[in-house]
Design a protein around this ligand. Structure first.
Ligand SMILES: [Zn+2]
Length: 464
């Protein structure tokens, strides 16, 4: 059914205005000042008085049903996308990860299969490039033609996913040729490997040593190295989940030098700090992810980076494992704790509270970081903006509602949230995806499999 959203404040990345929004056939038909509006027969009317009407969130970093150490991340494309929708997110880009020596085509088929009958919101894929890279390099053209216009390079995880410097250089050369954006997990894997062995030899096996095995300097060094190599091949690069002060400094410098560099962070790096690893009863394992949580001064730098526009995108790196099950694999050895935590449902609320309510960021900047920039940078032409002709992906947001985050009220398929008892102001109330109301006043109502694959375009900010 067609819809009219009345009386709300329309918030785009550049401006806000009091207006009504008319949705026809799943697209935004028109946005007009309230007083001009006459109701159109046969449409449903949603009253958005005192609400912000924003583009649906775009989360460009998720790992749904991701194979790991004989198990899988616990949210699949059904539970994960329902949780996303409940949190105000209407598109995701998930990382397809091929097995060693598996063709990218095969990996992509697998990810399509995981998503197709389950996703309730629209989704695209990035592709991870795992060594040996000779064969994957031959498939870059296929990727671009399949709407996968970004890839991921791991500079960490030695002897599994890690690309060598030569691998990275060759990937950068080839990516430029096919106008593919290279996303980087930047941490120095060689030295992490060395430090990890040293800690284990010394019998240091508790969760805190996960953080000590990958200090912030190793992120800074890796970011700097990628920037230099990308500068030589003239390839635009994107950095996932940045967590440290030094990394922000490197990104800032590269941007100042007019290099095409894009940066992402995640809510956890702004509000959670390293002291979580000291939690009793192995609870530090809940926060084991890579990069790890840092000392609080790093959280401050990340927030400053967000405010100054050094950070372009906020995503989640949503990769949940149950505390009482999968995380327990590492009870006696931090290297066996599955890396990752949930966040797909709480991203928008945590960031609205932290950056808009507490730090004074404008709702427009909030939209830019969580919706429009990710859509633009990753070639989601129909998403991320409330403009005539775009998909009607919309979140109606109550900016004044105060609530407490509780795992038992969330929809993520995992037994904890790292944001338990976090009190936030601002909550998604109603969520619309291509004109369908999929969350109505906090209640989810949509069929599995309604989400559609988004064949992505070349990144304009990267390649123009
Ligand atoms: Zn990730």
């Amino acid at each position: 059914m067609d819809l009219i959203i009345k009386n709300g404040t329309i918030v785009n990345s550049k401006e806000s205005r009091q207006a009504d929004l008319y949705i026809k056939n799943g697209k935004i038909e028109s946005i007009k000042d309230s007083w001009l509006y006459t109701e159109i027969p046969g449409t449903e009317v949603i009253d958005a008085q005192n609400m912000l009407v924003m583009p649906g969130g775009v989360d460009v970093h998720t790992h749904l049903e991701m194979p790991f150490m004989g198990t899988y991340s616990t949210d699949d494309f059904l539970t994960g996308t329902i949780a996303a929708a409940m949190g105000g997110t209407t598109s995701i880009i998930d990382y397809a990860i091929p097995k060693k020596r598996e063709s990218l085509k095969k990996a992509l088929e697998k990810w399509h299969k995981k998503a197709k009958s389950k996703a309730v919101i629209d989704y695209g894929f990035h592709m991870a490039i795992v060594p040996p890279i000779d064969r994957p390099l031959e498939e870059f053209e296929f990727l671009a033609e399949s709407g996968v216009t970004s890839i991921k390079c791991f500079l960490a995880y030695k002897s599994s996913l890690m690309a060598s410097d030569v691998d990275l250089y060759r990937i950068l050369e080839k990516a430029r040729k096919h106008k593919i954006l290279v996303c980087n997990h930047a941490e120095n894997g060689e030295i992490i490997d060395y430090l990890t062995k040293q800690l284990l030899n010394e019998g240091k096996k508790e969760p805190i040593f996960h953080a000590y095995s990958r200090p912030p300097g190793l992120e800074e060094e890796s970011v700097s190295r990628v920037i230099k190599l990308a500068g030589m091949t003239k390839t635009p690069v994107y950095f996932v989940h940045l967590s440290s002060k030094g990394a922000i400094k490197e990104i800032k410098r590269a941007k100042k030098d007019k290099q095409k560099v894009f940066a992402e962070t995640c809510p956890q790096y702004t509000v959670l700090s390293e002291h979580k690893y000291f939690s009793k009863n192995f609870e530090g394992a809940k926060y084991v992810m890579s990069p790890p949580l840092r000392k609080y001064k790093h959280c401050s730098s990340i927030k400053k980076g967000i405010k100054e526009g050094v950070i372009d995108v906020i995503a989640t790196d949503h990769c949940p494992f149950n505390f009482n099950k999968e995380k327990r694999m590492g009870l006696r050895d931090f290297t066996k704790i599955p890396n990752g935590m949930p966040g797909i449902e709480t991203r928008m609320a945590v960031m609205f509270n932290e950056m808009v309510v507490k730090q004074g960021l404008s709702p427009n900047e909030f939209v830019r970081l969580n919706c429009s920039n990710p859509a633009k940078i990753f070639g989601l032409a129909q998403k991320g903006d409330l403009k005539e002709g775009k998909d009607a992906d919309i979140v109606i947001w109550n900016p004044d509602l105060i609530w407490k985050i509780k795992q038992e009220h969330l929809h993520e398929n995992v037994d904890y949230t790292p944001f338990e008892d976090y009190i936030v102001t601002g909550k998604p109330v109603t969520v619309i995806s291509r004109g369908d109301v999929i969350v109505n006043n906090g209640e989810f109502k949509a069929e599995p499999g309604r989400g559609m694959y988004i064949s992505r375009h070349t990144s304009k900010p990267a390649y123009s």
